[in-house]
Structure formats: structure tokens, C-alpha cells
Design a protein around this ligand. Structure first.
Ligand code: NDP
Ligand code: MG
Length: 381
């Protein structure tokens, strides 16, 4: 029996993780956490019987406690405490944004395995997350579909045998558009992802290709591979999730219809594999697999993320924080689509730099980038 603590239980990944757990008798959900969704947390608590509950919003936690008739811890510290203290074998972090960083560190410091959907943890605090894993002895098991695929493609090949990692991108709803054609696209258009149904923030990140940039940084830390050996390729069908080029010329790929339950189940049942009722890829059916290079001029967020990754230090934390604020402003109708890139670029130019080897430094870079975006928004972006 694997005991699971699920952070971000009310979100897109969280709900799919609950479905994976419900379909697997060997997975027991013992703890649940979310942001402020009282109804969602109460429903998940009733469905799973999880003992330990937390909401980041203290007032929401009080309402949930009243509704359930039992304690629900409240506040950001309560999420971190749950990740550290819940009697779980694995903590699945499916919180959105850098708000998930401290919970990732807490789970790893406590020696638990971390099933990681919250890529922002690694982007903002990569060196800290790796150090916490080394100190605690737990594994980091990627839930992001590309990284799950890559880990399976690499297998037990030592680093020197891996020539490069190939991360696929669907290209999002605006694939093939020029920069001029991105001017004036709407929130509704940005949220209409062609192949994946996900939370709003990552869906916008997929439209700007920032998501792919975050994933390159995520892969850099997860696999210890330098940036020049990580490739991004646009693959509109989202069937090949990742590929590893080995030094003898072999290109190992991981294929399947897009379904996040597959990487979620892999991370929660590693190193075993459990059955998932995912639609099989029918090879008798005619389908094609297309690949093309990404357009770094139209999709400047990907270029900025690659630059921030190579710069290292606090630059990825600043990039990520500015992006979170800019995406929120775009979703709220306050700025246009291309303003996301402009705001991120501006915040990066103003990042003080320095190493990201202390939580304080990462949180300071994160806060400064958010303030920079807020100031620009106040003055009209
Ligand atoms: P959603 O927006 O659907 O869900 C976000 C979850 O995080 C909700 O449960 C929300 O709670 C919770 N949350 C938000 N803020 C806080 C906070 N401050 N403290 C604690 N919990 C909080 O996002 P997704 O499920 O789409 O994405 C989650 C993560 O997984 C992201 O990092 C994303 O990049 C990654 N990911 C997602 C994929 C997908 O298919 N969706 C694929 C690959 C990676 P509440 O509902 O109460 O606000
Ligand atoms: Mg992904």
C-alpha cells in the first residue's frame, strides 16, 4: 500500500490523481491540500476519507472545517506542514505556481518521495530542491508528461551515454502564427488548447510556449543535463511525449495519446507500473507524427526562458514569478497576449542576479519580479 498526500487536490492534476487513486487499490489518499476551494476540498475529503486536510486560505479552511465537522488546517504554512508531517510515502505536489516551492522542499527534507507536477518548484528553486532530495534521500518523480517520458527513455543509461534530451511541444492554439498574428488574440482563444485540458495558467503558458521554456529548465535540473543538450521540437499531435538521443545514434521515444493519468500513475506507482484504462494507440489506424522547430521570434517567452536558464542563479525564479503575474493580468483582461513577454523581459532585465542556493535569495528574486510587474501594470503595461 502506498500512502499519498495530494497537494492541489482540487485542480486539474489533483482531480486526475484522485481518479488514478480511486482506480488503484494499492493507493491510499491520507492527506489533501488546496488553495481556497472549500467545496472541492470537502468533496475530495469525503470521497477518500483522507485524515489530514489543509487550505492555504485561512478563512476557507474555517468554512471547510465547519462543513466537515473536523479540523482543516489553514494558511500557507499549513500546506508546508502537511507536506512535511503527513504519514505519506509519496507527496504529489500539484499546486500551481511558485507557491508550491516550500511544500516541495518540506516533503523532500522529510525523506518522502516527491511526485512533482509543480514544475515551478524546480524552475524557481532547482538547486534547493535537489539539495533537499539529497539530504532526505527521497526520489523526485516527474508528473510532467515530457519528463515522465524522458525518465523512462533514459532508463538506467548513465549521463555520458545520453547525447541529448528532446522535449516535444504541441505548439498550442497559436502554432504557425507570426508575431503580428499574435497581436490581439483573446483569452478565450489562448485557453482553447488543441490537445490537452489543463488549468488556466499552464494553458496560457502553452499558448506562449513559456511552458516549454519552464520544462527545459525543469529537465536541466531533473536530469543534470546542460542546456545545449536539451532540444525543443514542435509536435502538433502530442503523441510522442519525449525522446532521448543516446551516443550510439539511437533515438528512444515514448508514445501514447495525451492523458495525464498515465504519468500520474507512473509517478505514484514507481518503480512498479499499475494498469491505467487509457486509450491505447491503435497502430492500424492511420496517423502521422510531424515535427518542426519552434519559432523563437513569434514565441519570445520560450527564448526568454532559455536565456534565463542559461544565466542561472535567480534568473529562472524571476522569470517564473514575472510570468505568473503577467499571465494572471492577461487572464483578467488587463493586458494583451504579447505584453506577457514584454513584462517578463522587463523583470528579467531588472533581476539582481546572484546564486539561487538559499531560499531567501529565491524568495527575494520572486518578490522583486512580482513588484516590478505590478509597478509596470500600475503605470499601464
Ligand atoms: P489548476 O489551476 O487546475 O489547479 C491548481 C491547484 O493548486 C488547485 O488545487 C488550487 O487550489 C491549488 N493552489 C493554488 N494556489 C495554492 C496555494 N497558494 N497553496 C496551495 N494550493 C494552491 O492547475 P493544474 O492542475 O493544471 O496544474 C498544477 C501544476 O501541475 C502546475 O504547476 C502545472 O504546471 C503542472 N502541470 C499540469 C498539467 C495539466 O495537465 N494540468 C500537465 C503538466 C504539469 P484551489 O482550487 O483551492 O484554488
Ligand atoms: Mg508538460
Amino acid at each position: 500500500m502506498t500512502r499519498l498526500a495530494l497537494l492541489g487536490a482540487t485542480g486539474s492534476i489533483g482531480q486526475q490523481a484522485l481518479a488514478v487513486a480511486a482506480a488503484n487499490d494499492d493507493l491510499e489518499v491520507v492527506a489533501l491540500a488546496a488553495g481556497s476551494d472549500v467545496d472541492g476540498l470537502c468533496a475530495a475529503a469525503r470521497a477518500t476519507g483522507a485524515q489530514r486536510l489543509a487550505l492555504a486560505d485561512p478563512a476557507a479552511a474555517e468554512r471547510a472545517a465547519a462543513e466537515l465537522g473536523r479540523p482543516v488546517a489553514g494558511g500557507p504554512d499549513a500546506i508546508e506542514a502537511l507536506a512535511r508531517e503527513a504519514e505519506a510515502d509519496v507527496v504529489l505536489n500539484a499546486v500551481v505556481g511558485a507557491a508550491g516551492l516550500r511544500a516541495s522542499l518540506a516533503a523532500l527534507e522529510a525523506g518522502r518521495d516527491l511526485a512533482l507536477a509543480n514544475k515551478e518548484s524546480l524552475v524557481a528553486g532547482g538547486p534547493l530542491v535537489l539539495a533537499a532530495a539529497r539530504a532526505g534521500g527521497g526520489a523526485i518523480l516527474p508528473v510532467d508528461s515530457e519528463h515522465s517520458a524522458l525518465m523512462q527513455c533514459v532508463g538506467d543509461a548513465p549521463a555520458e551515454q545520453v547525447a541529448s534530451l528532446v522535449i516535444t511541444a504541441s505548439g498550442g492554439p497559436f502554432r504557425g502564427r507570426t508575431r503580428a498574428e499574435l497581436e490581439g488574440v483573446t483569452v478565450e482563444q489562448a485557453l482553447a488548447h488543441p490537445t490537452w485540458a489543463m488549468g488556466a495558467k499552464i494553458t496560457v503558458d502553452s499558448a506562449t510556449l513559456m511552458n516549454k521554456g519552464l520544462e527545459v529548465i525543469e529537465a536541466h535540473y531533473l536530469f543534470g543535463v546542460p542546456y545545449e543538450r536539451i532540444e525543443v521540437v514542435v509536435h502538433p499531435q502530442s503523441i510522442v511525449h519525449g525522446m532521448a538521443r543516446l551516443r550510439d545514434g539511437a533515438l528512444i521515444a515514448h508514445l501514447g495519446h495525451p492523458d495525464m493519468r498515465v504519468p500520474i500513475s507512473w509517478a505514484l506507482t514507481w518503480p512498479r507500473r499499475a494498469p491505467v484504462d487509457a486509450r491505447p494507440l491503435d497502430l492500424a489506424e492511420a496517423f502521422s507524427l510531424d515535427f518542426q522547430p519552434p519559432d523563437l521570434v513569434a514565441f519570445g517567452c520560450l527564448r526568454l526562458a532559455l536565456e534565463a536558464g542559461r544565466a542561472g542563479g535567480t534568473a529562472p525564479a524571476a522569470l517564473n514569478a514575472a510570468n505568473e503575474e503577467a499571465v494572471a493580468a492577461f487572464l483578467a483582461g488587463r493586458i494583451g497576449f504579447l505584453d506577457i513577454e514584454a513584462l517578463v523581459q522587463d523583470a528579467l532585465e531588472h533581476d539582481g542576479g546572484g546564486p539561487a542556493d538559499a531560499l531567501q535569495a529565491v524568495l527575494a528574486a520572486d518578490a522583486a519580479a512580482r513588484e516590478r510587474v505590478a509597478a509596470r501594470l500600475g503605470g499601464g503595461a
